[in-house]
Design a protein around this ligand. Structure first.
Ligand SMILES: Nc1ncnc2c1ncn2[C@@H]1O[C@H](COP(=O)(O)OP(=O)(O)OP(=O)(O)O)[C@@H](O)[C@H]1O
Ligand SMILES: [Mg+2]
Length: 271
């Protein structure tokens, strides 16, 4: 068990999670993240990757163990304090989770609703400083001029950029990212991962990124965590992801050729 140290952004210790059945979906998961550290979370479908992201935010209640965000123990917080703590974590989803009928600007500003309060949210009146910041973020995301477009008019890659801007406007300490490239082609996937890596470096953010694409995880994540049946089977740099580890994590048939050999080469082009 890691001791509570201020230097860590996130400390997860001996975390167990079960849903309604008796079977633990996560078992004794422990790891700690330094500021700026980007971790790629890999593992077969059903291994517990999304569950781990949900448990960190307490969207699913851990049955035991500890989750500390910058030293704050989350598992024992009351609901008001938990809401505050969740604002310190930016979430980016596979399916973007945008409101399609709202504009790009409105979707980005939705990221501020956690702190602007109920009535402001209902009236959709936003602080001028937040609007200025949203414009800056859209520019940074390569979406300059898109602010008034409805989100259902955007490509998958553009939607993902809006989702990143919405997470960043919260000014989080940690990004939790679930399959950001699952609905994107290889070129758009590389561009989104490049963008996520860059904004983490620019903003001093740590990130946990669930990825199905092992070559993409190797390329963009200096540290890999592999989950196998709810336990951490590997924690280390991509160079340590040997065929033996990948076989344990994904099974025999996954290793040759498409998991260990496929490459996500950088490609130019539109999203
Ligand atoms: N809401 C839920 N209620 C009950 N069981 C669930 C629930 N969500 C997930 N599970 C189960 O927990 C296990 C882990 O699921 P999880 O979604 O965390 O896997 P994952 O690694 O994210 O998979 P994928 O790569 O397919 O997204 C699976 O066996 C799944 O069926
Ligand atoms: Mg998942």
């Amino acid at each position: 068990m890691t001791s509570p140290e201020k230097g860590y952004v996130l400390q997860v210790d001996d975390l167990d999670v079960r849903y309604s059945s008796e079977i633990d979906v996560l078992r004794g998961v422990s790891f700690a993240l330094q500021p700026n550290e980007i971790v790629g979370l890999i593992g077969a479908s059903g291994a517990g990757k999304s569950t781990l992201l949900r448990a960190i935010q307490r969207l699913v209640e851990p049955s035991s163990g500890s989750v500390r965000l910058g030293g704050t123990e989350l598992t024992t917080l009351g609901s008001a304090e938990l809401r505050d703590a969740r604002r310190r974590m930016g979430m980016i989803f596979q399916e973007h989770a945008l409101v399609d009928r709202l504009t790009v600007m409105e979707n980005v500003l939705c990221g501020t609703l956690g702190r602007t309060g109920f009535w402001q949210a209902i009236r959709r009146t936003f602080d001028a400083a937040d609007v200025t910041e949203a414009f800056r973020l859209l520019d940074r995301m390569g979406l300059d001029g898109y602010q008034d477009r409805r989100c259902d008019e955007l490509s998958g890659g553009q939607k993902q950029r809006v989702g990143i801007a919405r997470a960043l406007i919260q000014d989080p300490e940690l990004l939790l990212v679930d399959e950001p490239t699952a609905s994107l082609d290889p070129a758009a996937s590389v561009r989104i991962m490049t963008l996520i890596s860059e904004v983490c470096a620019e903003n001093g953010l740590a990130a946990v990124i669930n990825l199905h694409d092992v070559p993409l995880a190797r390329r963009f994540c200096p540290r890999i965590l592999a989950l196998h049946e709810g336990r951490i089977a590997f924690d280390g740099p991509p160079a340590g992801l040997t065929d033996a580890v990948l076989t344990q994590v994904y099974g025999e048939e996954a290793v040759e050729p498409h998991v260990s050999r496929r490459s996500s080469d950088e490609v130019d082009g539109a999203d």
